[in-house]
Structure formats: C-alpha cells, structure tokens
Ligand binder design. Sequence first.
Ligand SMILES: C[S@@+](CC[C@H](N)C(=O)[O-])C[C@H]1O[C@@H](n2cnc3c(N)ncnc32)[C@H](O)[C@@H]1O
Length: 330
Amino acid sequence: MTSDTDSNKSRTKSKKGRSKPYIPHLAEFNFEPTEDWSHDKAKQLYSNAAPSLNDYEPDTVQFTECIEGMRSLPKSSIDLIIADPPFGIGFDGKSGVYNRDETLVIPGYREAQGSYTEFTKDWIAQLPRIMKRDASAYIFSGWTNLDAILNGASDAGLTTLNHLIWHYPFGVYTKRKFVTSHYHVVLLVKNAKSYYFNKIENYPQDVWIVKRKYRTGKEKNSTKLPLEVVSKCIDFSSRPGDVVLDPFMGNGTTAVAAKAAFRHFIGFEINDQLKPLLKEEINSVTPGQFFKSYKERLPTIEELAEKYPRAYREYLKQKGQRKSIKKVMQ
Ligand SMILES: C[S@@+](CC[C@H](N)C(=O)[O-])C[C@H]1O[C@@H](n2cnc3c(N)ncnc32)[C@H](O)[C@@H]1O
C-alpha cells in the first residue's frame, strides 16, 4: 500500500483541468526552505536572545542528575531537546567489542540505575512542562529499549511525529545474527498542531545515512554521536537564538552543534570527570562557526540541470511562462 505522497500521482491536473505529466525532480528546482537566515541575521538573533533558565546560565553544562536538573528549569523555556540516554544494556562504556583503546575512555560512564522502564518514564515525564508550545524532542535509542522510550513518550502525552532511522554503515561484527547498524531517533512534539518544523530540503527522508566516526587516539566518553546527525535535528527543528537542551550531555556534541549553529544550549551530565573534555570541546568552536544559510546548502540550478535535464527543460518552460504572465499583468 502506498500513501498519497508516496504514490506521487504520475499526472497532476492543471488549472484548466487538463492533466499535466508528472516530471520527477521538477519540484527541486523551485524549492525554498520554509525559513532561512543570512549569517548576519542569525548572529543578530543569537546575540539578542536572552534565555531565562532560572539558576542556570545559558550555554553551560551542569553536572547534575538530569531529572533533578530539568525540575529546576522554568516552564516553557526550551525550544528543542536532543536526548541520547544511557543504553540500559549494562554497558560499562569500555567493552572490548567496541574496538576501543580503553585507556582513552574517560571513566564514570553512568548507566541507568534500577529499572530502565521506570528511569525512562521519569525523565521523559519532565519534558512537556519545560518545552515551549511549538517545541520538539529527538530521542535516540537502540532497538532493545525502544519500547521504554515509546511508552515513556506516550505516558508523557507527547506525540510521535516521525520515527527516524540513523543508519551507520558499520556495526559490531556478529557470528550468528545480523549486524546492528542503525539507531532509532524518535521525533516527538508537544503540540501536534503547532510544532516548529523548518523544511530545509525538498524531500527530507526518515532514514539518515551517516558514518560513525571513531576518533582514534583522542580521549572521549564512551559514546559519541556524529555532529552531522545532531546538527540535522537542530537545523530542522529550531531557529537561530533558540535554546537546545541535552539532558545527557556526554562529550558535548549537542553543545558544540548548537553553539556552531547560533543556538543557545543547556545541558546536564552526571559524570563530572567529563568536565575538562567538555570544556575543551565547547571552546573548540566559536558561535556560528558552521552556520550556513539553508539556501546556500541546496544544489544550484546548474547542478540540478546536469542531473535532471528533463526537469530542467520543464523548469525553464514554466519560468518563461511565469515571466510572460507577469509582463501581461504589468
Ligand atoms: C549515551 S551518552 C551521551 C553521549 C552524547 N550524546 C555524545 O554525543 O557525546 C549518555 C550520557 O548520559 C550520562 N548520564 C547517565 N545517567 C544520567 C542522568 N541521570 N543524568 C545526567 N546524565 C546521565 C552518562 O554519564 C553519559 O555520559
């Protein structure tokens, strides 16, 4: 079975009722992001924003247990949450199967204490109060504990907007079963009618293929998300100057991605042995360092023309028609 959008009806009706052939990729030529900002405008929004987070300074990581930490945040103060909780599989952060040099792994990785289901339910229950009306939350999860996340989200009254798959084309070798090479990323919203979503690509799909980087020879916490994956969440679901919360800050990927995209951040992390690493990571980027307007990231008309000549011809035809209509109206 295919949905309306999947089926992409091969013929669309023109205004006169005549059917026009569907031209694949034509929409890409005319695509514009829902919202976009120049570097200067984004910088201005970032500098003028004055996030109010009670006792916490914006753009800091608090070495506090996250449930306690979130309780202290003001109501409706957060625009976006990115959460990569402990796995709940008794992972010690050093296990040899992950092919790591254990001497480079910073100790103190904190697994979920007690029942994973209860822990998950408790921390997700904190989210709706601190989320702004149009806020979203991206929660990362392996498949083994996905049910706890989905149940926690539904108990908290959050709506699942998408169930994304992050596919990393490399997994831990197995002998008698398939290699796991994906993560689930659940996109939740507080308000299904008025959430913020910036459509910055014409056809944003729910499978993200991003390699995991193994930072050989560098000290790290046991797990680290790729900056590209976290940056995608930030780009699609927040604006410059917004506040991004990460309750499980780890190596600080969310803080780095937010700062480099002209977003503010606040984070919690229970392992204070990560303090020096986090400081180094966050100081390694300047505000807006990776910021690029979305339009600049899109393929140019020339690039599209080379890939899709038929759609390009149609685009030129339609553009010509639009120009002559304009002339007639003047
Ligand atoms: C999977 S890692 C996050 C990695 C992070 N996304 C990154 O890219 O570096 C989970 C982190 O949560 C921390 N943690 C575990 N329980 C916590 C809690 N209750 N409150 C705050 N942090 C916690 C762990 O110490 C660990 O650093």
